[in-house]
Design a protein around this ligand. Structure first.
Ligand code: DSN
Length: 419
């Protein structure tokens, strides 16, 4: 049978404008350093599943219980994906339908709390996520959010403080997990606190679930009532979301995803998630996950050696938050300067930041993409040097030199080989 899959020449013929943008983005991604901690390079197999005719199929409901006919084939893909997720993470139940991490999180709220209820989560300014109670997000608008943060003396989550706030506010749900916290989270400690106050424990594992899949860091699955995550970060799958939960919550979670928060699932994305889960079950992936952390630690050391302060003193994961106050350059300016050197990273608020978030005193760096490219510890010092020079220089000529050196470095580790 012929696979009716992506044929780029058809797109070039029919819509050269969009085809040109796709090629330009590919070129941008592979001719520079990608250090956004939440990005990665998916495999051609995942991309093939994403670009398949499964995109055409409506399949509201779940395998064997759909609201449309003709779902026998997509049922098989979803069942395989569910089994792979349960096996990989040792979970009692998995739902592969959330369209994104935010959609998974909103489904967790839908399953366990009602508007007006108290929810406790990490403050956005200390590394939490928009969906953890930001006033401009549904979470902050519809729920009574109480926040915890990190200690000023070491930038670590203070579990005694978490416990105190929980006892004082009696939240119905406690969320742990963050987008800019470089350290391991004490899942057992959060479980104890949740039990003490009778709260549901939700883990937003979007950032680090790939490290859990690769057995490089401890898993939240044995502790949490529900674990929500994205599939496209370290996990290296398609852009999307997923949820794992205890069997006792399975029906509630499934109903919260569909029909409460979503309509038809994106079956091409569900199939691509299944492919990524298969890839993440291999010894090669486990070696990758461990290398991601070693690379992040080497990158942090390289930046610290050059006078930049790693928030919390280092990292246990794939990302680091770097306070660049000592350089006299803001996070926003550093992002622009690095961009000029073909180094893509993001400005990031640091805990107790004196700058507004749009300016920020820090940068966030992550190693999922460069590790997928095959880079190791030796390259991390080169990258630290490129970042340091790019951040400290205001000279466009120096940035042009850095851009050339960056291009040279990544050409030895091609993200997607040129045909
Ligand atoms: N935007 C993601 C990140 O970069 O961490 C979180 O949603």
């Amino acid at each position: 049978m012929v696979f009716w899959g992506p044929d780029f020449s058809e797109l070039q013929q029919e819509d050269p404008e969009i085809a040109e943008i796709i090629l330009a983005e590919l070129e941008r991604a592979r001719s520079g350093l990608q250090l956004i901690a939440s990005e990665n390079f998916t495999s051609p197999a995942v991309l093939a599943a994403l670009g398949s005719t499964l995109s055409n199929k409506y399949a509201e409901g779940y395998p064997g219980k759909r609201y449309y006919g003709g779902c026998s084939e997509v049922d098989r893909a979803e069942l395989i994906g569910i089994e792979r997720a349960k096996e990989l993470f040792g979970a009692e139940h998995a739902n592969l339908q959330p369209h994104s991490g935010a959609s998974a999180n909103i489904a967790a709220y839908g399953a366990f709390v009602a508007p007006g209820d108290t929810v406790m989560a990490m403050s956005l300014s200390h590394g939490g996520h928009l969906t953890h109670g930001s006033p401009v997000n549904f979470s902050g608008k519809w729920f009574n959010i109480v926040s915890y943060g990190v200690r000023p003396e070491d930038d670590l989550i203070d579990m005694e403080e978490v416990r105190r706030i929980a006892i004082e506010n009696k939240p119905k749900m406690i969320i742990c997990g963050a987008t800019a916290y470089p350290r391991l989270i004490d899942f057992a400690g959060f479980r104890d606190i949740a039990d003490e106050v009778g709260a549901i424990m939700m883990v937003d594992a979007a950032h680090f679930i790939g490290l859990v899949a690769g057995k490089a860091i401890p898993s939240p699955v044995p502790y949490a009532d529900v674990v929500c995550f994205t599939t496209h970060k370290v996990l290296r799958g398609p852009r999307g979301g997923m949820m794992l939960c205890k069997a006792e919550h399975a029906a509630k979670i499934d109903k919260a995803v569909f029909p409460m928060m979503q309509g038809g699932p994106l079956m091409h994305a569900v199939a691509a998630k299944a492919v990524a889960l298969k890839e993440a079950s291999t010894p090669e992936y486990q070696a990758y996950a461990k290398q991601v952390i070693l690379n992040a630690q080497a990158l942090v050391s390289g930046l610290a050696d050059r006078g930049m302060r790693p928030v919390s003193g280092g990292t246990d994961t794939h990302l680091a938050l770097i306070d660049i106050t000592s350089t006299g350059v803001t996070g926003a300016e550093a992002e622009i300067r690095c961009d000029a050197g073909r180094i893509t990273l993001n400005k990031n608020a640091i805990p107790f930041d004196q700058q507004p978030p749009s300016i920020a005193s820090g940068i966030r760096v992550g190693t999922p993409s460069v590790t997928t490219q095959g880079m190791g510890i030796a390259q991390m010092d080169v990258i630290a040097d490129l970042i340091d020079r790019a951040v400290r220089s205001a000279d466009p000529q120096e940035h042009a030199v850095i851009a050339k050196q960056t291009e040279q470095l990544v050409s030895d580790f091609p993200a997607y080989a040129r045909g």
